[in-house]
Design a protein around this ligand. Structure first.
Ligand SMILES: C[S@@+](CC[C@H](N)C(=O)[O-])C[C@H]1O[C@@H](n2cnc3c(N)ncnc32)[C@H](O)[C@@H]1O
Length: 270
């Protein structure tokens, strides 16, 4: 068993990991991330204290699945890509998308988080972990800059400041010849309402960067491709797998634009 003592934003990734594990334990899972469940069983931590339960786990699973779909589609057309998975936490996206070894995949998070990853997950060809804050920009020197890039950040942007997040995007766009950025983000209302998020509250993390208009990121050289609000993350067969209470909650969310835009997933090209 691995003991962990994370606090603040580093602890939040235990909440999302647990959410994916709970989803994997359902008879008809949305994401079916059994590796997340195996990891949870090997970590000595009271996961329930972060406030994620069988109902809230659904939102973690639908966000991850929606982002897998967007990222996986682009990646299937770019087998020579570099992938930067920023604020990766204990997410097993590299195993779920399972890219060919021609793809150079980098998982980036704080050193303590990356250390836990390397103790629990196997190595694989084309896969590298980098232990650094994403805003200590020297880590970018370890990444080849001559190939198209897929940059994925799930549950990260809100922990950055507008200044450091903007500078990160500017440097990423400048580093590669072309690519995609896929990330979720909160509106300023989502940032104001952070205390209603049990994982944020109980981990003692602080959310900072709110983005009300995804076109705002275009000032860094990006061009918006698509944007899904929270009521659109679950579609097709994902929708049919939702427990009734979650489906009703999603319908209610869809009725109030400011609420459904509190959390969105954007895709930009550069
Ligand atoms: C909500 S968790 C999401 C983790 C993972 N993407 C997932 O979906 O399970 C936020 C993650 O962002 C990481 N994080 C926050 N600020 C960071 C920074 N400045 N540099 C690197 N990682 C950061 C935290 O350590 C944590 O792993």
């Amino acid at each position: 068993m691995e003991k962990v003592h994370f606090t603040g934003e580093k602890a939040t990734m235990l909440g999302t990991l647990f959410g994916r594990a709970l989803d994997a334990r359902r008879a008809d899972p949305i994401l079916g991330d059994t590796a997340a469940d195996e990891a949870v069983r090997r970590i000595d931590y009271d996961f329930r204290k972060l406030g994620v339960n069988e109902n809230t786990a659904v939102s973690v699973a639908i966000r991850a699945r929606a982002m897998d779909e967007i990222a996986g589609k682009w990646l299937s057309e770019h087998p020579d890509a570099v992938v930067l998975h920023l604020g990766c936490g204990m997410d097993t996206r590299v195993f779920r998308l399972d890219p060919p070894p021609t793809v150079a995949w980098f998982d980036v998070d704080y050193p303590e988080v990356v250390d836990l990853r390397t103790r629990l997950y196997p190595e694989r060809d084309g896969y590298t972990t980098i232990g650094s804050s994403v805003t200590d920009f020297e880590w970018l020197d370890q990444v080849p800059g001559d190939r198209p890039a897929l940059i994925v950040a799930e549950g990260l942007t809100m922990y950055l400041t507008a200044e450091s997040g903007g500078e990160l995007v500017r440097r990423l766009v400048g580093k590669f010849p072309s690519g995609r950025l896929v990330c979720d983000f909160f509106s300023s209302l989502g940032i104001k309402a952070q205390m209603v998020n049990p994982v944020v509250r109980r981990s003692g993390a602080t959310l900072r960067w709110g983005i009300d208009d995804p076109h705002d990121l275009e000032r860094y050289g990006l061009s918006l491709v698509s944007c899904l609000d929270a009521s659109e993350w679950a579609a097709g067969d994902t929708l049919t797998k939702l427990p009734t209470a979650s489906r009703l909650a999603l319908r209610a969310t869809a009725l109030i634009p400011a609420v459904r835009r509190m959390g969105r997933i954007g895709e930009w090209e550069f």
